[in-house]
Design a protein around this ligand. Structure first.
Ligand code: SIN
Length: 293
């Protein structure tokens, strides 16, 4: 490691940002770089303004936040999501009856696949990809079923200045076709004639924090436009490897009735399907976002 990276200290020096104390919530960080459990919030009830401001801040500071022991109806889960914007409807996945914005997350002994098994940012193939996702897991396997999250600001900031300059202004194609066609057939979902496809900057600027983050992922990104295909493949492979570096990650061990809320604009995630033949299930509410720039 030291030969590859030199002997000049850590490859990434995390800036902890605003350290002023929270007043209405308690924060328990998973790592210095990403992830925090939030205590003192009941997501089933209307959230007072001051506490909502602190939840926004906790999300901006930690990129993914977790709430344990929440008891939410579908309406309460949806209402919590609406505090952050309009809700997104998934272009392919099944949803709860009567609630198109409530995506079903489930894998059991008969599943041919589980949601989110590869590193991705949710629905990055949309022209305006989701800002955030709020996953509520109701049933956990006895062991496993963790979700991993990676800080894509940190991955960007760890790049050399030369690499940052090279990536500046590059555009990548994202396509939902391979990810979605036939994927939910076993659940009775008919394929759509076409799935979303979009072009986004390889490096996007977060509209709230103003920080830059890598915005290409194995799940949806097909190629970088305007450069030779082999060069695109090599660069993408390098950028994907950064999301997969544990230095930039946290790993959440679910308990029943826990909630994870992540910011898709600066986070990639991956769900572990290591618990077959057991069942893991819940629901995801996804918040609409804006066009990356
Ligand atoms: C997903 O939203 O990609 C699924 C994540 C999970 O099930 O942990």
């Amino acid at each position: 490691m030291s030969v590859l990276r030199g002997n000049n200290g850590p490859r990434y020096r995390h800036d902890p940002g605003d350290q002023s104390p929270y007043e209405t919530i308690r924060i328990d960080k998973l790592t210095p770089i990403i992830g925090a459990e939030i205590h003192g919030v009941d997501l089933s009830a209307p959230i007072p303004n001051h506490q909502m401001t602190e939840i926004h801040r906790a999300l901006a500071d930690n990129l993914v936040i977790f709430f344990r022991d929440q008891h939410l109806t579908a309406e309460q889960h949806l209402a919590f999501g609406r505090n952050f914007g309009t809700l997104h409807i998934h272009p392919a996945a099944p949803h709860a009856p009567g609630h198109p914005e409530l995506m079903i997350i489930r894998a059991d002994k008969d599943s041919p696949r589980a949601n989110g098994e590869g590193w991705h940012s949710d629905v990055s193939c949309d022209t305006e990809p989701p800002m955030g996702s709020i996953l509520y897991i109701r049933q956990c396997p006895p062991h496993g079923g963790d979700t991993l999250f990676a800080n894509m600001y940190a991955a960007y900031e760890a790049l050399s200045d030369r690499m940052k300059a090279y990536l500046d202004g590059l555009i990548a194609e994202h396509d939902g076709e391979d990810a979605y066609r036939g994927t939910y057939k076993n659940l009775g979902v008919q394929d759509k004639p076409v799935y979303p496809r979009a072009e986004h900057p390889v490096i996007r600027t977060h509209p709230v924090t103003g920080r830059k983050a890598i915005y290409v992922n194995r799940g949806f990104t097909k190629r970088i436009l305007g450069i030779p295909r082999d060069e695109s493949a090599a660069i993408l492979s390098y950028l994907y490897s950064l999301a997969e570096d544990p230095l930039f990650q946290c790993r959440f061990r679910w308990t029943e009735n826990a909630v994870a809320f992540w910011d898709n604009r600066c986070v990639q995630h991956r769900a572990m399907w290591d618990y077959w033949p057991h069942t893991r299930s819940g629901f995801r509410v996804t918040i609409a976002g804006d066009k990356p720039w």
